[in-house]
Design a protein around this ligand. Structure first.
Ligand SMILES: C[S@@+](CC[C@H](N)C(=O)[O-])C[C@H]1O[C@@H](n2cnc3c(N)ncnc32)[C@H](O)[C@@H]1O
Length: 328
């Protein structure tokens, strides 16, 4: 700092500013992108914000905040770190940081963008911030569980922003995808993303209570990240989650209402060699207790997260036979 003060010229002198405590600080050089990321990361940690809406740590979240405010592309990576910030960009960073901390808004609702399986999606508070570990399975084209033939029809139940439906359409270029949601507000966001990604010919958004609007249709893959948070757990969630639509999180007393509805009707909408892929998060153990005979497959997710099961149509057949035998 002393060296900087000694090197001040007359122009720099005009940039001297007084801090709130009355001391004098020299703004001899504009803050760089890298320095702003470090500063924001420290502020986020000090404020104990919750991470989990697209990033899982302060530095990644700070990088997204600064790159967004500075209109930089993440592809530039750390090469952009030496770039000095204009006062205008710095002011934008400070405003985003303030709202992220004071209002506990997930960053994606401030930037209106979320990254999912290589796609950039528009998001706002009408939809859950996409973050499902199913992204990794989609990028692996659900191998080795998906039928080893051309995939023609996919259904995404509870599509929200359309993240899973759109990523699936990209991964299976010959497939048609139905994206259903009970929320008309969420579907408006989903349709916006379908248009933005130019997938209107292959992805159709439909308002539907689970399978109600797709009566008689069969799919090669049914995929879903339904709401699965139980009543007691909802109250304990960090403040960030209160900004997300309740329909995207809450699902009855034990969190399994939606999953039960999907399990009971999925078979009649699956091809004989089709698969059902469902995220249940940490409701996994409750689910296994509720359905002890179902041979759930729990694939390893390398990018982290888990709680996603896969069932084959034949496994669901067995469930149907067992419940008939029990008089269900
Ligand atoms: C956990 S969010 C997932 C959103 C999106 N698939 C994702 O992964 O980001 C669950 C979604 O299911 C929708 N949903 C809740 N109940 C539903 C129902 N009975 N039928 C269809 N969709 C439902 C909610 O509106 C919400 O968009």
């Amino acid at each position: 700092m002393i060296a900087m003060l000694n090197n001040l010229d007359r122009g720099d002198m005009r940039r001297l500013s007084h801090t709130a405590t009355g001391s004098v600080t020299a703004r001899t050089a504009a803050e760089t992108v890298g320095a702003a990321i470090e500063r924001c990361a420290r502020a986020l940690m000090r404020a104990h914000v919750h991470f989990g809406h697209g990033t899982d740590n302060a530095r990644d979240e700070a990088a997204e905040l600064v790159f967004f405010a500075a209109r930089l592309a993440h592809a530039q990576g750390s090469e952009a770190y030496a770039t000095p910030l204009t006062p205008r960009r710095r002011a934008r960073i400070d405003e985003l940081l303030r709202r992220r901390i004071d209002e506990r808004l997930p960053l994606a609702y401030l930037t209106h963008r979320a990254f999912f399986a290589g796609l950039t999606l528009y998001v706002d508070e009408r939809v859950l911030v996409p973050r499902s570990p199913i992204a990794e399975l989609i990028l692996r084209r659900f191998a080795p569980w998906a039928p080893a033939r051309a995939i023609r029809r996919i259904l995404d139940v509870g599509t929200g922003s359309g993240a899973i439906a759109l990523a699936s359409a990209k991964a299976f270029p010959r497939a048609r995808v139905d994206a259903v949601d009970i929320s008309a507000a969420a579907l408006a966001v989903c349709r916006r993303n379908i248009r933005r990604l130019g997938l209107s010919k292959r992805v159709t958004a439909l308002r539907s209570d689970h399978f109600a609007a797709v009566e008689g249709r069969r799919y090669d893959i049914i995929v879903s990240n339904p709401p699965y948070v139980g009543r007691a757990e909802i109250a304990k969630l960090p403040r960030e989650y209160a900004h997300e639509p309740a329909l995207g999180l809450a699902s009855g007393a034990d969190g399994l209402d939606s999953v039960r509805a999907i399990l009971s009707a999925a078979r009649q909408h699956l091809e004989d060699d089709g698969i059902l892929v469902v995220e249940v998060g940490n409701t996994e153990h409750t689910l296994m207790r509720a359905f002890p005979r179902l041979p759930f497959i729990w694939p390893m997710i390398e990018m982290g997260g888990g709680g996603v099961f896969i069932l084959r149509a034949a496994d669901l057949d067995r469930m149907g036979r067992e419940s008939k035998a029990r008089g269900g």
